[in-house]
Design a protein around this ligand. Sequence first.
Ligand SMILES: Cc1ncc(COP(=O)(O)O)c(C=O)c1O
Length: 445
Amino acid sequence: MFVSRRVNELPPYVFAALDGRIAELRAQGRVVVDLGRADPDHAAPDAVVAAVIRASQIPEYHHYPPYAGMPTLRHAVARWYADRHGVSLDPETEILITGGAKEGLFHVAFGVCDPGDVALVPDPSFPAYRMGAYFAGAEVVSMPLRPERGYLPDLGTVTEAVARRARVMFLNYPNNPTGATASARFLGDAVAFARRHSILLCYDLTYGESGYDGYRAPSVLGVEGGRDVALEFISWSNAFCMPGWRLGAVVGNAAGIAALRHVETQVNTGVFPAVQIAGAAALDEAGHSGVLTAINESYRARRDRMVDVLTELGLQVRRPRATPFLWIPCPDARPSNEYAAWLLEETGVALAPGSGFGAGGEGFLRLSLTALAADVEEAGERLRRLGPEGLHPPRLPPVVRSAAVPALPERRVRVHQGAQHGRGGVSETVGEDPPTLAAALRGSL
Ligand SMILES: Cc1ncc(COP(=O)(O)O)c(C=O)c1O
């Protein structure tokens, strides 16, 4: 059978080898603690479950939903934004319901990019941004996220030539995988940049309800001018522990919503209406009942426990103000894939290799606190038993930063050595050929 070049060029899924090894070890009877996956351990709130049971008994909700989403849910989202962010949204033109945030994030480039246009994508980042842009025929330009800048991209390193061709820019705070947060001031700079270059700013607020020690994540729509240039993507998956329900929403700039709705109408027919009614209950009832505080508090306790253990072991780990993620430098700057595989064999603890989020994640591991509290505790104990000396495996080669990036045909890729700021990293694909997936992914998923 013929398989398209785009699909053929897909590099191997970085997490697949680790997933396979976890399965093998379990089959051998080893008890593996998986802190690599991000899948909330809590059940959906009672009010939400009750709402879906009620709604699914109403025949009217068994029909096709409206393409933009049920009016009940769009109005609930508008109320949520007014209460939570002080932002007023028109449910008719500024809100679109999707089957999870991923769906909208993947498809948005289809709505605003022509082949050859540029998509600015953070590296490391959630893979759907670059994958959607790649499949839409856009050229992906990576914006490195570095610890010394608090994992915020340096927009000043994007050249005028690239910015002129850019149609879309993705940002995600609170951030997966680094756990970084962004201030309203940074969002203001991003909005100004997007406005200056007529770029659609796609702001992924999937972890917007995550926050510890009083932290509350800002909305880009609350920033002056944000509504003129931005779409914001929200999700019920992590906020309300509903990842299997597949519910998300895109809000903001009406022209951007219209373009995305046009694409979605061709691809999808919407989310089961009873799930949408339950999504409204999540916002109206659970969202104001202390459920979010309880979820955050459970992750905060796990965060503190794990950060203490890792710090005791001599690892430099930041205590994130939001997200269930710890971003851990690999001891001795080892390649993340190899280190994660070694750690799994040695301790039975699985962490996600940072290279799975792009070449910029190389040299890091992501630890997810969404596992059962007992599993997080067990993983901490196993690491403590290993001790600071035991964290340094003897035989692995030192990391080569560019190792995760496969060789690309020269005519298709040019890597800028950060001309404006003396740092490498911002790269672009050039030439007449359509972009390769390798270029779009900068090496890995
Ligand atoms: C940063 C980020 N954006 C989007 C998503 C997708 O969310 P959803 O389950 O709503 O599709 C995830 C899920 O892990 C994520 O980590």
